[in-house]
Design a protein around this ligand. Structure first.
Ligand code: ATP
Length: 248
C-alpha cells in the first residue's frame, strides 16, 4: 500500500575481492509511491549498493558481509536477480547496457520475455513505452548501438518498464547526457511515479538534480549513509547548499 516500506536496507556492509570495503554501514528505506534519490560523489558506494539490492554483487566480485536487504517485507539478500525482477524489483545498472546489435524494439521486447507475456500483452506494453518515449517509436528498427546516448538510456528504461516494475532502480540515468535530455528523462520518470504510482530509487551524482526530482534523498559518503531527508527540506538547508550545491 502507498506509504508502506517497500525496500529496507539496514546496516549493510559489503566488500570486493582483495578486501576493498565498499559499504560500511548503509541504512535506506524506500516507501511505496516515493522517488528516493541516492546521492554521493564518485566512489561513495552508490553502484555497489544498487548491485547489492539487485543481488548482482557476487557477479562483480563482491559480497555482503553484514546487514540486511528486505523487499516487500522479505529478506532478499539471497534471492536470484530474475526472481526479484519477476516480483517487480527491476534495476537498470551500469548506465545503459543495451544489446547494441539488436534493434531498439528487440531490446524492449527482451525486457518483457521474463514475464511469459503473450503476443498481445507484449504489443500493448510496447505501445505504452512508445507513448512515453516517442523518440523510441521513431528509432524502433535501428540497432540500439546506433542511437544517441539519451535514446539508449530511454531504451534501457523502457526495457525495464516492459517487466512491469513495482520498484525501479536506476544508476545515474543522467550520466554523460545533455541537461535537456536528462530533464526529459526525469520528467517521464516523474509522470510514471504520479500516474502509475511507480516507486523509484535513483542514484545520482548530481545532488542538485537529485533534490529537484526526488521526494527524499539519502546521501552516501565513503560507504556510509550520512544524511537522509525530504528533498524540499534539504534544498533549503545552508550546510547542504554550501557542501553539495556550491551555493553560498
Ligand atoms: P561511481 O559514481 O564511480 O559509480 P559509486 O558511488 O557508484 O561511484 P562504487 O562504484 O560503488 O561507487 O564504488 C565504491 C568503492 O568500491 C570504490 O572504492 C570502488 O573502487 C570499489 N569498487 C567498485 N566496484 C568494484 C569491483 N568490481 N571490484 C573491486 N572494487 C570495486
Amino acid at each position: 500500500a502507498p506509504g508502506e516500506d517497500l525496500l529496507r536496507v539496514e546496516a549493510l556492509e559489503a566488500i570486493y575481492g582483495g578486501g576493498i570495503r565498499a559499504l560500511s554501514g548503509v541504512d535506506l528505506t524506500v516507501r511505496e509511491g516515493e522517488i528516493v534519490a541516492l546521492a554521493g560523489s564518485n566512489g561513495a558506494g552508490k553502484t555497489t549498493l544498487l548491485r547489492a539490492i539487485a543481488n548482482l554483487l557476487t557477479a562483480t566480485g563482491g559480497r555482503i558481509t553484514a546487514g540486511r536487504v528486505a523487499y516487500a517485507g522479505r529478506d532478499v539478500a539471497r534471492t536470484r536477480t530474475d526472481v526479484l525482477v519477476r516480483n517487480g524489483l527491476v534495476s537498470v545498472l551500469e548506465g545503459r547496457h543495451c544489446f547494441r546489435s539488436l534493434t531498439v524494439e528487440e531490446n524492449l521486447i527482451a525486457g518483457g520475455l521474463g514475464r511469459g507475456s503473450g503476443r498481445a500483452e507484449l504489443q500493448a506494453d510496447l505501445q505504452r513505452v512508445y507513448a512515453l518515449f516517442p523518440r523510441l517509436a521513431q528509432k524502433r528498427s535501428l540497432p540500439a548501438g546506433l542511437v544517441s546516448g539519451g535514446e539508449q538510456q530511454m531504451t534501457a528504461i523502457g526495457r525495464a518498464l516492459m517487466g512491469h516494475p513495482r520498484l525501479l532502480v536506476l544508476d545515474e540515468p543522467s550520466m554523460g547526457l545533455a541537461p535537456l535530455v536528462t530533464d526529459e528523462i526525469y520528467r517521464i520518470l516523474g509522470a510514471l511515479n504520479r500516474s502509475d504510482g511507480l516507486t523509484l530509487l535513483v542514484a545520482e551524482q548530481n545532488v542538485a538534480l537529485a533534490l529537484r526530482h526526488a521526494h527524499r534523498c539519502v546521501v552516501l559518503e565513503t560507504g556510509r549513509s550520512i544524511l537522509e531527508g525530504l528533498a524540499a527540506d534539504l534544498r533549503t538547508r545552508d550546510d547542504i547548499r554550501q557542501v553539495y550545491l556550491g551555493l553560498g
